[in-house]
Design a protein around this ligand. Structure first.
Ligand code: ADP
Ligand code: TZD
Length: 581
């Protein structure tokens, strides 16, 4: 517990305890009482002393350059630890900067609490024009799982407990906790304050499915001719790794991991059909979704991507998710760990089997696709200027020798290619643009992965994607974190060969040598023009355990507009010249 003192600043917190405390101390004590040991943020009025006091009291405070990045870091911490990540921001614009990350975390079902200081209520509510004036509670509410405000110092503990439980229970998400400046400075009796700090007990209790519901799912799977399991990041978050693997191996079911579920079972597992993805989705007649939503990433479960007669088993912690896109024949509501426990227990040996013809069909397509991809990667490895696939082959080979490294990935082509080429072998080691397809998560996610796990992190970034959070390389350097950023630099958003019709650069054009920024931060920068140079630089950077950036010079004509999402660009009637692949 932080020292209880009448003074608001940590400098005086080693004085003899006095009979009074204040909002700052209560907030820090409430965080400590709930085992929050790391906080990500950007300081300023009115929370600078809160960060100082937290740091002096044993909470690791990681200071960022922009609140979105701090918020993304807190979100990644939530996903990686299963406990709420905490982001600290100032009022008004700082709060709003953080809100993007909080909304993204909510969309991705990551548990986070954003704590923001706020200005004076009496002035805000009458719109009298306060410093950084915004009605923060109202602004946050529609975008997050829940938003709370603490109006009395004695409620700080209650507010944080409520925020923590809301963030992690049921479907995890982002929670906003507003603490007005006046509440942080409010003085209360120390004894009363100490009694106001609850510890949240069992914040994410197990949720068991009904046995009848489990038997219905087993029956559906047992009757399937072409069954398939789709693993989503909810399955990864549930930490049901052993149970899921056991069920899949016992039944022999083919499985397909969504991008952040890669590694839940190793990508080279013989039952993985990731390399026959389109066929598996188009042909499967019974699909068991585990912690994966039928959203745009899965074509909403509809034809032509899916067999129109497909029937679904869906394992999800949130009953409201079910039936949203397709009717769910066998809903299994509960946390994936509990559901898989009961499912494994109630599945008699030999009850669920996979017809030989289906296995053979998948294996044949998989072999065909693997051969094609291997050929493409080999050819790209020889191409000059370097192609995405050439650089990524080198990254893949180095990562094979560093299986514990975390991978962060964003961009368009950089995301699509890397998702396919970089195989994962360990659960929860891949973090990417996720449900929104958001750019800007890169450095926040990478820094949090390094902070929370102490393991090396390789962030594979499109050059545009990197720009959103690139300044946080300074943060990685300041804290000496083992973050190696690989920028796949093809000089543009999507491609780098767009031609402008005016004197200005084309809308998609970018131009930078990103490695040159590293010396300014005290880190190491590399420039790589061949796969061999990528290999060398990445091995050296990982061996050093220090922050580094490798600027990979990629052919500006490589890649496609919007990566594999080209068809989401509205067509209209105008004839617009675009670069083509
Ligand atoms: P992906 O993008 O990997 O397909 P989604 O983010 O779409 O995954 O889906 C994750 C789903 O997992 C959400 O519907 C969420 O409610 C669910 N979920 C989150 N935590 C758990 C859990 N512990 N057990 C089961 N389902 C969970
Ligand atoms: N802003 C935000 C916050 N998210 C987004 N997804 C976008 C803008 C639009 N966008 C994409 O969807 S991908 C992308 C942008 C700007 C960058 C693609 O360029 P890149 O990757 O250099 O990162 P590739 O490898 O060159 O395609």
């Amino acid at each position: 517990m932080a020292t209880v003192s009448a003074a608001p600043t940590p400098q005086t917190s080693d004085r003899a305890p006095e009979p009074f405390t204040d909002g700052y101390h209560l907030a820090v004590d409430a965080l400590l009482r709930n085992d929050i040991r790391t906080m990500y943020g950007v300081v300023g009025i009115p929370i600078t002393d809160l960060a100082r006091l937290a740091q002096a009291s044993g909470i690791r405070y990681i200071g960022f350059r922009h609140e979105s990045d701090a918020g993304h870091a807190a979100a990644a911490a939530g996903f990686l630890t299963g406990r709420p990540g905490v982001c600290l921001t100032v009022s008004g614009p700082g709060f709003l900067n953080g809100l993007v990350a909080l909304a993204n975390a909510t969309t991705n079902c990551f548990p986070v609490v954003q704590i923001s200081g706020s200005s004076e209520r009496g002035i805000i509510d009458l719109r009298r024009g306060d410093y950084e004036e915004i009605d923060q509670l109202a602004a946050a509410r529609p975008l997050v799982k829940a938003a709370y405000r603490v109006d009395r110092a004695e409620d700080i503990g209650r507010g944080l407990a409520r925020a923590i439980r809301t963030a992690v229970s049921g479907r995890p998400g982002g929670v906003y906790l507003d603490i007005p400046a006046a509440v942080l400075g409010e003085v209360v009796e120390a004894e009363k304050g100490a009694a106001s700090l609850p510890r949240v007990v069992d914040p994410a209790p197990r949720q068991l499915p009904q046995p009848g519901a489990v038997d219905r799912a087993i029956e559906l799977l047992a009757g399937a001719e072409r069954p398939l399991v789709v693993l989503g990041k909810g399955a990864a978050y549930a930490r049901a790794d052993k149970r899921i693997r056991e069920f899949i191996e016992r039944t022999g079911l083919p499985f397909l991991p969504m991008s952040m579920a890669k590694g839940l079972l190793p990508d080279d597992h013989p039952q993985s059909v990731a390399t026959a993805r389109s066929l598996a989705l188009r042909r499967a007649d019974v699909v068991m979704l585990i912690g994966a939503r039928l959203n745009w990433l899965l074509g909403h479960g509809e034809a032509p991507q899916w067999n129109p007669d497909v029937r679904f088993v869906q394992v999800d912690i949130d009953p409201v998710e079910l039936d949203g896109n397709r009717p769910i024949d066998a809903p299994l509501v509960g946390d994936a760990a509990s559901v898989m426990d009961v499912l494994t227990e109630r599945t008699a040996p030999g009850r669920i089997t996979v017809p030989k013809a289906w296995r053979a069909e998948l294996a044949a397509r998989s072999a065909q696709n693997v051969a094609k991809m291997t050929e493409r990667i080999e050819a790209a490895g020889k191409a000059h200027p370097m192609k995405f696939l050439g650089a990524l082959r080198a990254v893949r080979d180095v990562l094979h020798d560093h299986p514990g490294a975390y991978v962060v990935n964003e961009g368009a082509n950089a995301l699509d290619f890397a998702r396919n080429v970089l195989d994962m072998r360990v659960p929860r080691h891949r973090l990417d643009s996720g449900t929104w397809g958001i750019m800007g998560i890169g450095m926040g996610y990478a820094i949090a992965a390094a902070v929370e796990t102490g393991e090396p992190v390789v962030a594979v970034e499109g050059d545009s994607a990197f720009g959103f959070s690139g300044m946080e390389m300074e943060t990685a350097c300041r804290y000496g974190l083992p973050v190696v950023t690989v920028v796949l630099n093809n000089s543009g958003v999507y491609r780098g060969d767009d031609v402008s019709t005016t004197a200005d650069p084309a809308p998609t054009a970018l131009r930078a040598q990103y490695h040159l920024m590293m010396p300014a931060f005290g880190g190491v920068g590399y420039r790589a023009t061949t796969p061999a140079e990528v290999d060398r630089a990445l091995r050296e950077a990982l061996a050093s355990g220090k922050p580094a950036l490798i600027d990979c010079v990629i052919d500006p004509t490589d890649g496609t507009e919007s990566g594999h999402l080209t068809n989401l660009n509205p067509k209209g009637v105008a004839d617009i010249a675009r670069p083509t692949s």
